[in-house]
Design a protein around this ligand. Structure first.
Ligand code: UFG
Length: 329
């Protein structure tokens, strides 16, 4: 029996590679399509890799012709919100024009099911304590605007009858594959948890961006969700589409918020190391408190964030940092 094939753009990246592993475990063949600008070739372990850019029309067409995917998972894109403020045109081209090219290729090859990696960045500054999907979309940076614009492209294609889609708005993706096969390897790394772990092991200094927020201890509160839980949600989303289910736009988070100080304290406890962070100014574009209400995803995808306790996330991240970053083998 031939496996059902899913084309995974950004399949060599952090969330994309974990999704490929989950797809393979669920019986699908993930075909990764990645330009390797940020992804890692050795993270593609469960299916073929096509090394190409979304803006390369002929490579994209060839991928659809060769592999005849039944659906697409779309992770590929530039992800650094801070960089997007400095290079908005590049972000617009790579993220929005890249997604439009993907949609055009899907249409040309009669593939009409898409799971899209959206982001809590579409919301901007929160107007409520936990965020539901009906919260206004007011992105605070070009990256978040790109994600909102892509969601609108999907809605437009769907209204024309060309597409059914799930857009999953994740909060702070963190952790790593519990089996140790994959990790978080951004270069440069900008995400808090890997940076705190690297600081714990003396790999680099750590700065806390802002200690005067109106939160429990003055530092920013975020909702950290385990990357394996995100991967499971993507598989459930593609299965919902393959079973004929309707569009879905849903948050993915743990529902729990932790401050930067709480992340540091938990990492000190789990590593047995002491961290002496510097206190730096607020980072532009940061909001004080961002926590998800994921009830819609739980109900629509029969999904639970089962691995997203803070200790589990940090423990899995420590193992991955030791394997891939701190002592690379
Ligand atoms: N932080 C520090 N020091 C650091 C790095 C981060 O204090 O060296 C703080 C930030 O100020 C923030 C928190 O740690 O308050 C988390 O920062 P991250 O950079 O890890 O994550 P963000 O919340 O800024 O952004 C993440 C993703 C985005 C996504 C967003 C959605 O990186 O791509 O979540 O909520 F859009």
């Amino acid at each position: 029996m031939s496996l059902e094939t899913i084309l995974v753009t950004g399949g060599a990246g952090f969330v994309g590679s974990h999704a490929c592993k989950a797809l393979a475990a669920a019986g699908y063949l993930p075909v990764s399509y990645d330009n390797l600008s940020n992804g890692h070739q050795d993270a593609v372990k469960w299916g073929p890799l096509i090394t190409a850019d979304l803006l390369d029309q002929s490579a994209l067409a060839a991928a659809f012709t060769a592999y005849k995917p039944c659906a697409v998972m779309h992770f590929a894109g530039l992800i650094e919100a801070g960089l997007s403020v400095r290079e908005p045109a590049r972000f617009e081209r790579q993220n929005v024009a890249g997604s439009a090219a993907l949609l055009a290729a899907m249409q040309a090859h009669q593939v009409n099911k898409l799971v899209f990696s959206s982001s809590a960045a579409v919301y901007g500054a929160p107007q409520q304590v936990t965020i539901t999907e009906d919260h206004p979309r007011q992105p605070a940076n070009p990256y978040g605007q790109n994600k909102a614009d892509i969601e609108d492209l999907l809605t437009g294609a769907s209204e024309q009858g060309a597409l059914r889609f799930c857009a999953l708005r994740y909060f702070n993706a963190a952790g790593a594959d519990p089996d140790g096969e994959l990790g978080e390897r951004h270069d440069p790394e900008t995400h808090l948890i890997p940076l705190v772990i690297q600081a714990a092991f003396g790999h680099r200094p750590l700065a806390i961006y802002g200690t005067d927020y109106e939160t429990v201890d003055g530092t920013c509160v975020r909702d950290y969700v385990h990357v394996s839980d995100l991967a499971d949600a993507h598989v459930a989303a593609v299965q919902r589409l393959l079973a004929g289910g309707p569009n879905l736009v849903a948050n993915l988070g743990s529902g729990d918020g932790y401050s930067v100080q709480q992340i540091i304290a938990a990492t000190e406890r789990l590593t047995g190391q002491t961290i002496n962070p510097l206190h730096a100014a607020r980072r532009q574009g940061d909001v004080a408190h961002l926590v998800a209400n994921s009830a819609l995803a739980e109900a629509s995808l029969a999904w639970q964030a089962t691995r997203s306790s803070l200790d589990q996330i940090i423990s899995d991240a420590i193992a991955a940092q030791k394997r891939f970053v701190i002592q690379p083998q």
